[in-house]
Design a protein around this ligand. Structure first.
Ligand code: 9MR
Length: 366
């Protein structure tokens, strides 16, 4: 189970003391350990300081409500990570809630936080079938928005959003979850209305709006070599051959310990590298059936470690982002009945074995 907090620290935390104490509270390794075991994690080093030595970014999705309301969460976001992704506030329904009316407030606040703390920002996400505003989905459903107009709406949305964040967002998830698990294209509103060319269009429009941003495909269940990741590999190869600016493949990494660890993760990263592309783990969490026990938490730690190990072993894997770092604000219990505890820290911000595993892996290096 997670490491219990010392009583005095738990009391201090309850009283609202700065969270940086929590992770610094683990007993320091002795000087002997530290010197004799190269790569052994320095107990006081943050994840971001360890990652910086490996030329990989360590990121987290950020719940902006927690960021403004929970000082422990805020302190740990700043201390542990050098990349952030908006968990929700760069999605279409938040950014353009009324047609042509943009609301940047939450996303801008996150970008400002990232600047203050020397963090990079991953942009998530420009084209998706979820979290679309009602004006768009109902307009398509009732026929008042036809295909030609929808294409203009998509172009304007991408152009406006990418321009707004030009120079601030270094990687964009341009299209999210466009394939089914069997490798066929998802029958989304975009595919139905615009046909498959919407994917290339989206990348071209994003590139025109910020030529320096690196542009990603992004999906789940594509960690290993399988029908879905192969469909992405083929699509990426085809698009790049046509000169479409596709620079990266984002692998979400939502795992569940009841399934086997995905096969050939490293080989999967390498085949995208062979196309000249970056890869990134973009949304890693590892859920389990509750209640948790030591065996499950050990397996969870191992899954985190193995994904990170694959990333560290392939130079073109440039970032490793967890989808939230504390169970306190995880999306998992709301979506999977009876499941949870998917993150690195528990609900009280105490490190779980997964946190130690990530930290040891970062310390051991590429
Ligand atoms: O974590 C997000 C959750 O708060 C939202 O309610 C949900 C709505 O669809 O989206 C979650 O984030 C998803 C991400 O944007 C894309 N990949 C899957 C993530 C988990 O569902």
């Amino acid at each position: 189970m997670s490491r219990p907090l010392p009583g005095s620290l738990a009391r201090a935390l309850a009283a609202g003391a700065a969270a940086v104490l929590v992770l610094g509270a683990a007993p320091a390794v002795s000087a002997h350990d530290h010197h004799d075991r190269p790569g052994h994690a320095d107990r006081h080093a943050s994840l971001r300081s360890l990652a910086a030595r490996q030329d990989v970014r360590i990121g987290t999705a950020v719940d902006t409500t927690a960021l403004s309301g929970d000082r422990t969460y805020r302190a740990l976001t700043a201390r542990e990570f050098n990349s952030v992704t908006a968990e929700n506030v760069m999605k279409w329904e938040v950014i353009e809630p009324e047609r042509g009316t943009y609301d940047w407030s939450e996303a801008d606040a996150l970008v400002a936080f990232a600047k203050r703390h020397g963090q990079a920002v991953r942009g998530h996400t420009l084209v998706w079938h979820n979290q679309l505003p009602a004006w768009l989905t109902s307009g398509v459903a009732d026929g008042s928005i036809g295909p030609a107009e929808l294409r203009r709406i998509l172009r304007d949305h991408i152009t406006t959003q990418v321009r707004h964040f030009r120079g601030d967002v270094y990687q964009w998830d341009v299209v999210n979850e466009v394939f089914n698990d069997d490798g066929t294209l998802r029958d989304s509103l975009w595919l139905q209305q615009l046909g498959p060319s919407y994917i290339a269009d989206a990348f071209r429009w994003a590139h025109a709006a910020d030529p320096r941003a690196r542009l990603f495909l992004n999906d789940y269940n594509v960690e290993g070599v399988n029908a879905k990741s192969t469909a992405y590999h083929e699509l990426a190869g085809k698009l790049r051959a046509q000169g479409v600016p596709v620079h990266g493949f984002g692998i979400q990494g939502h795992l569940d310990i009841q399934y086997g660890f995905p096969g050939d993760v490293r080989a999967n990263l390498e085949r995208f590298a062979a196309l000249g592309m970056q890869t990134a783990f973009t949304e890693v969490d590892v859920r389990m059936d509750l209640p948790a026990d030591d065996t499950k938490l050990t397996r969870q730690a191992d899954d985190y470690r193995r994904l990170l190990d694959a990333c560290l072993n392939v130079r073109s894997c440039t970032s490793f982002t967890v989808w939230g770092f504390t169970d306190k604000y995880s999306w998992v219990p709301g979506w999977f009945e009876g499941q949870g505890t998917a993150n690195l820290l528990n609900e009280d911000f105490a490190p779980k074995p997964a946190y130690d595993a990530v930290r040891r892996e970062l310390a051991a290096g590429r």
